[in-house]
Design a protein around this ligand. Structure first.
Ligand SMILES: Cc1cc2nc3c(=O)[nH]c(=O)nc-3n(C[C@H](O)[C@H](O)[C@H](O)COP(=O)(O)OP(=O)(O)OC[C@H]3O[C@@H](n4cnc5c(N)ncnc54)[C@H](O)[C@@H]3O)c2cc1C
Length: 433
């Protein structure tokens, strides 16, 4: 039996972030990961000298970037230009992202250009939280008038969140994500695996123990408080606090009598978001100017991430093409759509191909803030003392990796607050964070 203050189940961004903050607060911490390597969905795979993320990944100016900076990660990489194209009726047309492109784009009428210009001027200062309770569709339909301006916003907001459910998605968080993306995103040298390498190094430096290739099959509790984590190979880890960063359905499965806890509602309300992702490394770009493309009448996005980051050892260009799947999934048709997008944007790309990766159906997030959500998940599972959840799905309005880091920090704050109130019961009502 191994004994720890905190056992973290899952070694992705959320698990590693939680572990580092726990260790920095002086807690004996272990991370238990079922795969043979850490990273979860933030791993990068190297193929023929090219670094592929699990689909295109951009770091926004949100909680994750601030957290990584606070933890001292070096985050090598650059900000790509946001100038690009939109696909409309099978053609590539200038996307109105700056004053110059707004004036020249054939996508908008003069009236549409005026409306979009006025929105772009004030958008950065919009108080997005005012729109947390209404759907994205409602926000767009009541604030934007020109049909093409609406289409442009749908494309930008879909790209910022991966979600194709405007009637379901809460407007506030995705509008905030667009604000972040208009400040510029960061593409990382050697992909997001570099984040994981640095997080692991910092965690180990602070004394976190890493247990990989160990699948957790149960978390056990007695008299309303957590006791152990049980692994498939029989390893038992005793912990005063357990943080689950596995998906909501798995977290539910790991806890005995989860039906009687908040985990049940969190699993039931979750809406999973998936994408089909085609990444290619090309010796050279047939059309060097066409590197960044939003689908306007298609749920597609293309970006040459190499234009801002070191992603291959021999100068190959790494392009990510993503199809946002919504409820409709058809792996053959999705691949066809992704390849057709490459045919349109980089004709002749097959002749330049060095390596490729196709992920027909990858989970981008297990849940997010939507109109059917009854409860914000976590950080504490209220019915079982010492049990917490974190991970991108345990979002309180943050999106994607920002939700992973923010939820990890909430879980650790909760642990520390509980310990503080146990040491000083007279202060139990005080929030120490
Ligand atoms: C195609 C794609 C594109 C994306 N693009 C962006 C982007 O541009 N910007 C952005 O901010 N975010 C993006 N994301 C999201 C980002 O990758 C995730 O939000 C983040 O990596 C999630 O981290 P996590 O720790 O919450 O979950 P995960 O990375 O899924 O980590 C959970 C870990 O738990 C482990 N685990 C599960 N069950 C068990 C068990 N029983 N025992 C032990 N371990 C277990 C898993 O193996 C995994 O390692 C994208 C994701 C995808 C898939």
């Amino acid at each position: 039996m191994q004994k720890y203050d905190i056992a973290v189940v899952g070694g992705g961004v959320a698990g590693l972030t939680a572990a580092i903050y726990a260790a920095k607060a002086g807690k004996q911490t272990i991370v238990i990961e079922k795969q043979d390597r850490l990273g979860g969905r933030a791993v990068s795979n190297k193929k023929k000298g090219a670094y592929f993320n699990l689909g295109g990944h951009a770091l926004y100016h949100g909680d994750a970037l601030a957290t990584f900076r606070e933890l001292g990660l070096s985050l090598q990489g650059n900000q790509p230009s946001i100038d690009g194209y939109g696909i409309w009726k099978g053609k590539l047309l200038t996307m109105p992202m700056s004053v110059k492109s707004l004036l020249t784009t054939p996508l908008l009428s003069w009236k549409g250009k005026m409306e979009l210009a006025s929105w772009l001027a004030k958008f950065g200062k919009l108080d997005t939280h005012r729109y947390d309770q209404i759907s994205l569709r409602e926000w767009i339909e009541s604030n934007l008038h020109d049909p093409m301006v609406r289409n442009v916003f749908y494309a930008l907001l879909r790209t910022a969140s991966y979600v194709v459910a405007p009637d379901m998605q809460a407007a506030g968080p995705v509008l905030q994500q667009l604000q972040h993306s208009l400040q510029g995103v960061l593409y990382l040298d050697r992909g997001w695996g570099a984040i994981i390498d640095e997080l692991r190094e910092i965690a180990v430096k602070h004394g976190v123990r890493m247990l990989t290739s160990s699948k957790v099959v149960a978390t056990e509790h007695r008299d309303g408080a957590v006791q152990h984590v049980r692994c498939e190979d029989g390893t038992l880890v005793e912990a005063k606090h357990i943080i689950l960063t596995a998906p909501p359905a798995v977290a539910h499965q790991l806890v005995l009598n989860a039906e009687a806890t908040a985990l049940h509602a969190w699993r039931e309300q979750a809406i999973e978001i998936t994408a089909a992702c085609l990444d290619v490394a090309l010796r050279r770009l047939p059309k060097p100017k066409q590197q960044f493309v939003y689908g306007i009448d298609q749920t597609i996005f293309l970006s040459n991430q190499s234009r801002a980051a070191y992603l291959s050892d021999d100068g190959a260009q790494v392009i990510s093409v993503i199809k946002y799947q919504g409820e409709k999934k058809n792996p053959d048709k999705d691949l066809q759509d992704l390849e057709q997008t490459l045919d349109l944007v980089q004709p002749g790309w097959r002749d330049e191909l060095v390596a490729k990766q196709y992920l027909p159906h990858v989970t981008v997030c297990h849940d997010f803030l939507h109109m059917r959500r009854q409860h914000q998940p976590g950080p504490a599972v209220p019915e079982i003392s010492g049990l917490y959840v974190a991970g991108e799905w345990a979002s309180h309005g943050e999106l994607l990796v920002d939700a992973a880091t923010a939820s990890a920090k909430r879980a650790i704050q909760c642990v520390l607050a509980l310990e503080y109130s146990e040491r000083k019961p007279e202060n139990a009502h005080r929030n120490i964070v």
